[in-house]
Design a binder for this molecule. Structure first.
Ligand code: FAD
Length: 257
């Protein structure tokens, strides 16, 4: 008799969700992904340039039939440089420079699409919001309730494993670890991607003059009360994040309906 496959329920279809789905599928599991977004995202509200260390690169490549698509969407990042800036004197100096970083960097959307396209479409329940879970008395299975956001219908999915890939504010983690609170890092950050293909050429010339290793270096600039990171992505895009130290802002908590 063929043994029935174990089934995992993954909540969240972002980078962590698709990565878990891929790892578990490769290990022979049945997988269902519950994701509240209506469709596969073409842009991420969080994160843009994702740095991949050597282990991540190895794992992702092991999931792909050919290595080329991975190299098409990632740029090598061999250098990591930290620079300090004195804004008043308008000078900066190198604090550290590591030429053995061995990272590659991908745009969130490209990496997500790369992994998503290797998975069967039917495992994804788009437009479904996770509501709650309960564990069977003998602790061998888990039942998850989710709401179809289009019809408001509540569905139940049963499985052997529940994976909380629902992000930094995970409601599943809150059920398991109610006392674990997020800790404020001390700064707020803005991020963006500048697409410069055929445009913004003067700006890019200025950038290349100020950052001569763009295209192979992860730059970190540090100044009193602020820091920023900068690196180039494939297909003529520049990824930046700008951090400002400030007291913790009061964030609105949107309750699950
Ligand atoms: C402002 C900001 C900028 C960032 N910039 C960068 C960057 O430039 N580079 C970088 O490497 N990292 C960056 N990060 C960190 C990066 O976003 C995270 O490391 C990465 O997105 C985490 O991926 P994830 O899959 O764990 O979670 P997320 O990307 O947060 O995905 C969680 C998923 O779960 C879904 N979900 C949540 N609740 C439910 C529910 N109840 N039911 C169904 N689905 C649900 C969400 O819709 C979402 O798709 C940034 C983070 C923030 C907040």
């Amino acid at each position: 008799m063929k043994k029935q496959k174990a089934k995992a329920i993954i909540v969240g279809g972002s980078i962590a969700g698709v990565s878990c789905a891929k790892a578990l599928t490769c290990a022979g599991w049945d997988v269902v992904v519950i994701e509240k977004s209506r469709a596969p995202t073409t842009a991420s509200p969080t994160g843009a340039g994702l740095g991949l260390d050597t282990l991540s690169q190895k794992i992702i490549q092991s999931w792909l039939p050919h290595p080329e698509p991975f190299y098409k969407v990632t740029l090598p990042l061999p250098i990591d440089q930290n620079r300090a800036t004195d804004g008043e004197k308008k000078v900066n100096w190198v604090l550290t420079r590591d030429e053995n970083l061995n990272f590659r960097v991908a745009h969130w959307t490209d990496l997500h699409a790369l992994l998503y396209n290797t998975l069967p479409r039917e495992i994804f329940l788009w437009g479904h919001q996770y509501i709650s879970f309960c564990i069977s008395e003998d602790k061998t299975s888990v039942k998850v309730k989710a709401k179809d956001l289009q019809t408001n219908e509540i569905i139940e999915v049963e499985g052997d494993l529940l994976v909380a890939a629902d992000g930094a504010c995970s409601s599943i983690r809150q059920s398991f670890l109610p006392d674990t609170k997020l800790r404020y890092s001390g700064y707020c950050a803005w991020r963006g991607v500048l697409e410069y293909s055929g445009k913004n050429l003067d700006t890019m010339m200025g950038f290349r003059k100020a950052y001569p290793d763009l295209g192979r270096c992860l730059y970190m600039e540090l100044a009193p009360g602020t820091h920023s990171t900068l690196c180039e992505l494939m297909y003529e895009r520049l990824n930046w994040i700008w951090y400002i130290n400030q007291p913790e802002p009061q964030l609105k908590v949107i309750p699950l309906s």
